[in-house]
Design a protein around this ligand. Structure first.
Ligand code: ARG
Length: 623
């Protein structure tokens, strides 16, 4: 933690921050170092026997000062004023300090944590965050790769918003250039009716156009073996020499489209609308916040491509290479092509322009690209070029971070990219339909148990819960695994109410809702904010787990890793279950203690719902 951050924290009632302050002061007094260099390194303890937290500063600091770590720890403990924060500090092993928090401090912290903000203070950041997500291509169906780009991007957007940042969700649609012109040309040749066309038709036309315009199979196979990503492949597909007629037609169409031919532009818009109808519908099914206002596709940057190349040339960074313009890098052979010999621009040229726009016009100090790992080289090239030309500088001199979040593939049981039984690519729609069907089946089956909270519910309500379960299953499995790794899509495991799954967490939340519902009658007579007691070890563990939530949310934003939130929520559900088993709640006879425990239940429910909300997972009250 930086000195400024720790100062901000010290003002709050959070016992860990207060502890940080007290130990920091003591370390500074003992060592004579400035407070900023006296990080006490407080970590949650792995075993409650050794206290609630450990302060691990002594080892590294003693090494630096050439003293004995155990002695240093002992001196700091003797000096530290932790009255009202900790009951006991004890030195263990080579110099660990075990901290046993005071019950009153823990209870007070939880009391102030119990608010709509749940301890998350709005960030004071003045700049925005841009999140490049979804990234569909017009006239092509969404497939499972887009699932990841969409839901990981949405979660990162929600997390930054939760921390009080202004977020720009940018869906960088592939809606410009030769591939789309090719599809458009093919549709025109076939006199297709663009008013009644479906995305499936478009997808077919796209593929057919691709086949028509292709003759260099060997070149394509070679390109597919490299890590250029689907978009560049499409470009290559479109650029392959031969099949002259279709090519020529496509090129002519592109020229007319680019020069703003009204008829063509209107047809082009229809293709976009058709694609986006399905994209928004899918986003809606997924509970992802994505609408037209987030669509700033490649076409948006079309006027900026020429000036972008000129800027690179003028800066001496864009150089001629056999009639084309490339950017070269000091540390690698591979140049980046930004203008072709025929004057055409590339995917990379658009990304250079978009990146500048995001930093300088959208005023973002973080630009996060949630895109397939196969585009790693592409983003490395783009980011380095943008940094070289200085477009990462914001007006106030802040240097923007450009980050690629490279996600792995979704695999089938055979560990190969997920395919349908007939060997086709799975469309996202088909996959979600199946998940919803499975979720609904599970929820209906459970409702036949007369003791189930869902027994006797109307069929439409069961269907809504089933839908939520199916979507949660898919999203949690995706967000819960290491972003960069491939993972195996296994609906049986994902949809289970047991184990590390989305439905398990939804169920944990619904169970708490059930308990609170049963207590409602009695609660009517209880004070609105009963005093919290955390005397029992299980109550303590639950309180500590709840108080960790704000840090987890900050960690997800910092490391761009939603799996940390998934792991936290799963751990919280487990800790809550431990509490519920060890501490009677509804059957507790002491009314004050019962009220306190009910409040612990309510706070747990609140955190669970808030956390699931950041993952874009709904939390039904009954399951
Ligand atoms: N449409 C691209 C593709 O399918 C993904 C876009 C990603 N975002 C970006 N700024 N390049 O490969």
């Amino acid at each position: 933690m930086t000195a400024a951050a720790s100062a901000a924290h010290a003002a709050s009632a959070d016992p860990v921050s207060r502890l940080d302050g007290a130990l920091r002061t003591a370390i500074a007094a003992v060592t004579g170092l400035p407070a900023a260099e006296c990080d006490p390194q407080i970590r949650p303890s792995g075993n409650p026997q050794f206290g609630d937290f450990q302060a691990n500063f002594a080892m590294a600091l003693a090494k630096k000062l050439g003293t004995n770590p155990r002695q240093l720890a002992t001196d700091v403990v003797a000096r530290a004023d932790v009255a009202g924060i900790a009951d006991k500090l004890e030195v263990a092993g080579p110099g660990f300090v075990n901290v046993h928090l005071a019950e009153s401090a823990l209870a007070a912290a939880l009391d102030s944590f119990d608010s709509p903000a749940l301890g998350i203070a709005p960030s004071g950041a003045t700049h925005a965050v841009t999140i490049d997500l979804c990234g569909v291509n017009v006239a092509k169906q969404m497939h499972v790769g887009h699932l990841r780009a969409t839901i990981i991007g949405d979660t990162l957007a929600r997390v930054h918003e939760r921390l009080g940042r202004k977020v720009w969700r940018e869906n960088h649609l592939g809606d410009w250039g030769l591939p789309i012109a090719m599809t458009l040309a093919a549709l025109r040749r076939a006199s297709a009716d663009l008013d009644s066309i479906t995305l499936e038709d478009l997808n077919r036309a796209y593929r057919a156009a691709q086949m028509e315009g292709r003759d260099d199979h060997a070149g394509m196979i070679a390109a597919q073996g490299t890590k250029v990503g689907p978009h560049r492949i499409a470009e290559l597909e479109a650029q392959n020499a031969g099949a002259a007629l279709a090519q020529e037609d496509a090129r002519a169409t592109l020229v007319r489209l680019q020069s703003g031919d009204a008829q063509l532009v209107a047809e082009w818009q229809k293709i976009i609308d058709c694609t986006m109808r399905e994209v928004f519908e899918t986003a809606d099914t997924l509970g992802v916040h994505l609408t037209n206002e987030h669509s700033r596709g490649e076409s948006f940057f079309r006027e900026k491509l020429g000036p972008t190349v000129e800027a690179f040339v003028k800066a001496g960074l864009g150089t001629e290479d056999d009639g084309a313009i490339v950017v070269r890098y000091p540390d690698r052979e591979r140049p980046m092509l930004i203008r072709k010999r025929d004057g055409g621009f590339l995917y990379a040229t658009t990304d250079l322009s978009a990146c500048r726009f995001r930093v300088q016009d959208l005023k973002s100090d973080r630009v996060i690209y949630v895109v397939d790992a196969r585009q790693r080289d592409h983003f490395k090239d783009v980011f380095d070029a943008v940094r070289m030309i200085g477009w990462t500088k914001l007006p106030d001199g802040t240097e923007a971070e450009l980050i690629h979040v490279p996600f792995g593939s979704v695999l089938g049981a055979d560990k190969k990219p997920l395919k349908t039984r007939s060997g086709e690519n799975f469309t996202l729609r088909a996959l979600l339909d199946e998940a919803i069907e499975r979720g609904t089946r599970e929820v209906r089956a459970r409702s036949t148990d007369p003791n189930a909270p869902t027994a006797g519910m109307a069929d439409a309500d069961l269907a809504a819960i089933g839908r939520a379960v199916g979507i949660a299953a898919v999203k949690y499995a995706d967000l819960g695994s290491d972003v960069t790794r491939d993972y195996v899509f296994d609906l049986d495991r994902m949809v289970s109410f047991e184990g590390d799954t989305g439905p398990y967490l939804q169920y944990a939340h619904a169970r708490i809702a059930g308990i609170l519902g049963k207590a409602l009658d009695a609660a009517a007579h209880a004070p609105p904010r009963p005093t919290i007691t955390v005397a029992e070890p299980a109550e303590r563990q639950l309180a500590l787990a709840l108080l960790r939530y704000p840090q987890v949310v900050r960690d997800v934003a910092q490391h761009l890793d939603p799996s940390r939130l998934c792991a936290y929520l799963h751990g919280l559900a487990t800790t809550y279950n431990g509490f519920y088993q060890q501490c009677p709640v509804l059957k507790c006879e002491d009314p004050a203690l019962r009220a306190s425990r009910l409040r612990l239940c309510a706070i747990s429910k609140h955190v669970m719902k808030d956390g699931l909300g950041l993952l874009g997972i709904t939390a039904p009250e009954r399951m």
